[in-house]
Structure formats: C-alpha cells, structure tokens
Design a protein around this ligand. Structure first.
Ligand SMILES: N[C@@H](CCC(=O)N[C@@H](CS)C(=O)NCC(=O)O)C(=O)O
Length: 217
C-alpha cells in the first residue's frame, strides 16, 4: 500500500512532497480534494488542516514541514551530514519567511491585494529575494550548484517550488516575469525545472496553476 498524501489539487503546501516522492521514484497516492469534498476529511486530520500524509497503519502526519522532511529522508534528499542538513533547512526557513510576508494578502479584495503584493516585493520581499540570490550565486560558484552538500537536496526543491509558485496564476499582482530582475534565481529555477524527473512531472500537468513550474520557453 503506497503512502497517501491528502491535499487540494493545486500545488500549495503539498507540492514539495509530491516532487520529493517523484524525484525519489517512490510511489504514493495523491489524494486530492475540492472545497466541497474536503469537509468530510477535515475532522480526520490532526489539526483540521491539510496536507496530511497517511501511513499504512492509518496514522496521519500533519504539518507540511514535517511531511517534507520525512519524504526527503525516504527519497535520499535530506542531507545526512548535520551541517549540510542545517544549511538546507536555513534556506527552507528563509523561503517560509518570504512566503509568510504574503499571508495577510490572501483574504484582501482584488485591488488591495495587488497593491499589497507589489509593496511587499518593493520592500521586505525584494530584500529576501536579493539575499536568496546571493546564496544561490555562492552555491553556483562554490557549492556545486546546490544549496547544501554539493548535491541536490530538499532545500533546492523548496527554492524551486516557491520560485515557481510565486509567479503562478494563484499569485495575482505578482509580475509573471518577476525573476527577470533576479537572473541567478531565474537560472537556478530553470535548472531545477529541467531536472529529468521534475520536467517529466510537469510535462504531464496541464493545469494553469502549474504552468510557471515548467522550464523557461
Ligand atoms: N502549518 C501548516 C498549515 C496548513 C494549512 O494552512 N493548510 C490549509 C491549506 S494550505 C488548510 O488546510 N486549509 C483548510 C482548513 O484550514 O480547513 C502546514 O504547513 O501544513
């Protein structure tokens, strides 16, 4: 029985785990909900939220950070060296901080949302992308092109997923060419998008929400 990953159909907070399973060649069941069907599953989850990873014995693991790290370990994508793991985590927490800046915008009316997101990118959000770009430039120059341990890890997959998601159709108000202002981030995202397993995964996806996850044209 494969592990079951429960979430909505869009990328959201389950996409990193989906990719880690895919890159690791680990079969899993991608159980997806609509807002209409989710209501029945919600009470079965530990915190009334998804994503949730369901084990063979029925136990449910919640919190995307815990699920991602567990799946990364299964897939051999969580660095074994504690220092490398800490540097991968550092980048992941930075990406979480970046996305958290946008949390208050989700419930805003359309016009206010667009303005708020543009303001974030002109301020703290842009600062965080610039800081990330320095890390990626250093990784390319000295770290074998990856954020930790000189090889692909869960940290890289998180950076790729968030950089792809920020310019997706789900993020109104963010210019779709945002990464043109951050050439190292653009090149890094495109490198990951061309990883054979990632590329094949998105080649099979036709939904609008995943168009920005594909390789650059
Ligand atoms: N910290 C949690 C947050 C989970 C979360 O906010 N899930 C949202 C979807 S992205 C959810 O379940 N919303 C529906 C609900 O709360 O009933 C995680 O990272 O897993």
């Amino acid at each position: 029985m494969p592990l079951k990953l429960h979430y909505f159909a869009g990328p959201g907070r389950a996409e990193v785990s989906r990719l880690l399973f895919t890159i690791g060649g680990i079969p899993f069941e991608d159980v997806t909900y609509t807002f209409a069907t989710y209501g029945e599953f919600k009470p079965k989850t530990p915190f009334g939220q998804v994503p949730v990873l369901e084990f063979e014995d029925g136990r449910m693991l919640a919190q995307s950070g815990a699920i991602d790290r567990y799946v990364a370990k299964l897939a051999g994508l969580y660095p074994e060296d504690p220092k490398d793991a800490a540097f991968a985590d550092m980048v992941v927490f930075h990406m979480n901080d970046f996305m958290d800046l946008f949390s208050p915008t989700w419930q805003m009316p359309a016009e206010e949302k667009v303005k708020a997101r543009q303001d974030i990118l002109a301020g703290k959000g842009g600062d965080k992308l610039k800081a990330l770009e320095k890390i990626i430039e250093k990784a390319e120059a000295e770290g074998g092109g990856y954020v930790a341990g000189g090889k692909l890890s869960f940290g890289d997959v998180v950076v790729y997923t968030y950089l792809s998601g920020i310019t997706s159709s789900a993020m109104d108000g963010i210019p779709k060419d945002l990464l043109n202002a951050y050439p190292a981030l653009k090149a890094f995202r495109n490198k990951l998008a061309n990883h054979p397993a990632i590329k094949a995964y998105y080649a099979a996806k036709t939904d609008d929400s995943r168009a920005s996850y594909k390789p650059d044209p």
